[in-house]
Design a protein. Structure first.
Length: 598
């Protein structure tokens, strides 16, 4: 099925980028940016017009007269703004050192335009050249990326200029990379009022430890990993990648920094944010490299959807996957309070670099650059998709030697207690994993046809074969043999332990039978003793009763009972006397009544 654009682009498309909902597609090139509205899926099984070979979708240009018709300004990078609630805001970085944010529903006018170097005026090498002097010196911005959101206080627009009010808003900082390696940051709300002054870039940010070459003068791409703390990945055209941690000093809010008579808000001081470079990685871009080889091609970085501490890099020689376990350990240590232990040099974990796809086996051979890359997740697992310059798609499962924190539902076992996690079984599993962990990786080789490699000699192919064979022997077969030896020794130990346990079980069974017989005998004795005890208790009660009856004096209870009976006896005599008197009176009244009747 084909997707046909109502307004085809007149420029060469270099990158395509979906927004977060997948409803809009941004097509960008050096000379323009276009938005394509993806048609809705409908019909049976959510398939749109399966009987049609092509579907027409609406498309329109972003700032058509500015980018397409301009001879001096080129597009460097585009990205969808993550803070857009409608997923319709696109951020564009151009060669005029401006970063603009457009609402694609109003494509001709930028909603926000920030000058990255407002005090410098671009001067071109010639009247027809698109290259400025600042670009030659590496002072122009070449890449940007969004950091995690922050809560900040920004001035609120009001009619009074004397009394200022501030409001809390969410800001997505934009980290901007210059060609000379300098990094700056812009913190501006997306929906900024036009009456407020535009935000200014903060930077260049200081980098520690300091370096004479500023960590390379050929920086080409920046990527922000949303870890805690935030990590910036800076790639250079020579194949060197730097990992930096963003350090924020405790500083007062913008409101406290305002002068009472100032009507404009300013950014924080330059020392509020700094970068700490804790690691550098040099990518091996060919399988058989020579000492005199010089690599000078841009590297494009992509985030990994399965882990915040992992990313991928594409270049003309293929694809590399890089994992930074130190970031995950650092994040866990911040939560647990063991930061000093993780920062020690002995326990500091180095990054894991995997050469996934190689399109340039020899340093002098022609390569097939990677034009596009993405990671998809489905029921079958995680898959990497690469589009090569030969218009071939390479799909590989994302199998890595490093995995970050596994979800709790996948590792939960109701049959294991917390103490079992620290048992010898888990330790042995860690030993096997450490033994099988590869120090090198064998990439998927994808190159041109052998007939096209006229510059490749048979000696180079033999060297490549020997190199790959030696790598498989050292990094696969030897490790498997070592793991096999560990498993055999472990099986031997477990077999001996099993025999000992079986012997213990048989002895325990015998002791159990003896204990059962002894318990039955003791139960019978207990029943006999209980019956004899009942008989003795009855005899004791009888003896006590007879003994009490034969005592020569009364007990306290008997004395009290006697007094009570004597009192009752006196009362009965009084009642008897009263009753006799009543009877006599009754008889006397009857006699008088009879005499009266006569």
């Amino acid at each position: 099925m084909k997707l046909t654009l109502t307004n085809p682009p007149v420029f060469d498309v270099e990158t395509i980028l979906f927004n977060q909902t997948g409803s809009l597609l941004a097509l960008s090139g050096k000379n323009g940016v276009m938005i394509f509205e993806v048609p809705w899926r409908y019909g049976k099984f959510s398939t749109s017009n399966v009987n049609r070979e092509s579907i027409i979708g609406r498309s329109w240009n972003i700032a058509e007269y500015f980018f397409v018709c301009s001879s001096k300004v080129c597009v460097l990078q585009v990205a969808w703004h993550p803070g857009s609630s409608s997923n319709t805001h696109l951020t564009v970085l151009s060669t005029d050192n401006y970063i603009r944010t457009y609402d694609v529903t109003d494509p001709q006018t930028p909603q926000q335009a920030i000058a990255l170097n407002p005090n410098f005026k671009n001067s071109f090498l010639s009247s027809e050249s698109k290259i400025s002097f600042s670009t030659c010196f590496g002072e122009n911005s070449v890449s940007f990326d969004f950091g995690p959101p922050e809560e900040m206080q920004v001035p609120q627009a009001n009619s009074s200029r004397i009394i200022k009010t501030y409001e809390d808003t969410t800001v997505w900082p934009i980290y901007i990379l210059n060609g000379n390696g300098d990094v700056s940051v812009v913190k501006s709300p997306l929906n900024r009022d036009r009456s407020q002054p535009a935000a200014k870039p903060l930077g260049p940010l200081p980098m520690f430890p300091p370096s004479d070459d500023n960590y390379g003068y050929d920086a080409c791409y920046i990527l922000c990993l949303h870890t805690v703390p935030t990590c910036l990945v800076i790639a250079t055209a020579t194949g060197v990648i730097y990992h930096c941690i963003v350090l924020e000093n405790s500083a007062p809010s913008w409101k406290e920094k305002q002068d009472e008579t100032s009507w404009e808000y300013t950014n924080p001081d330059d020392n509020d944010v700094s970068l700490y470079v804790f690691e550098s990685v040099e990518l091996s871009l060919a399988l058989t490299e020579e000492p005199d080889d010089v690599f000078n091609h841009p590297i494009r970085l992509y985030k990994d959807v399965t882990s915040h501490s992992k990313y991928h890099g594409t270049h003309v020689s293929g694809l590399h996957s890089v994992a930074v376990p130190f970031l995950q350990a650092l994040e866990d240590s911040v939560e647990s309070g063991t930061l000093e232990k993780v920062l020690s040099e002995d326990l500091k974990q180095t990054c894991i670099v995997e050469h996934t796809i190689c399109t340039k086996p020899f340093s002098q051979s022609d390569s097939i650059p990677v034009l596009g890359f993405d990671v998809i997740i489905n029921d079958a697992g995680v898959t990497m998709i690469c589009l090569l310059a030969s218009w071939e798609f390479v799909c590989l499962p994302l199998v890595s030697s490093y995995f970050s924190s596994i979800p709790q539902l996948l590792v939960k076992n109701n049959y294991l207690s917390k103490n079992d996690d620290k048992s010898s079984i888990s330790v042995f599993g860690q030993q096997i994993e450490k033994c099988l962990q590869r120090s090198m990786c064998s990439p998927y080789l994808k190159s041109s046809l052998p007939a096209e490699h006229n510059n490749s000699s048979p000696q180079q192919w033999l060297e490549l074969l020997c190199n790959v064979t030696q790598r498989f022997r050292e990094d696969y077969i030897q490790r498997l043999n070592t793991a096999q030896a560990l498993l055999r020794s472990r099986i031997k130990v477990l077999t001996q332990q099993k025999e000992y346990q079986l012997q213990d079980i048989s002895k325990t069974q015998e002791e159990k039978e003896k204990l059962i017989l002894e318990a039955e005998r003791l139960a019978e004795k207990y029943e006999d003793a209980s019956a004899n005890q009942q008989k003795l208790l009855k005899r004791i009660e009888t003896v006590l009763q007879k003994f009490q009856q034969n005592l020569p004096y009364l007990s306290n209870a008997e004395i009290n009972m006697k007094e009570t009976l004597v009192a009752y006896e006196g009362k009965l005599k009084a009642f008897e006397t009263s009753l006799e008197q009543i009877k006599k009176k009754l008889k006397h009244h009857k006699e008088k009544k009879q005499d009266f009747n006569y």
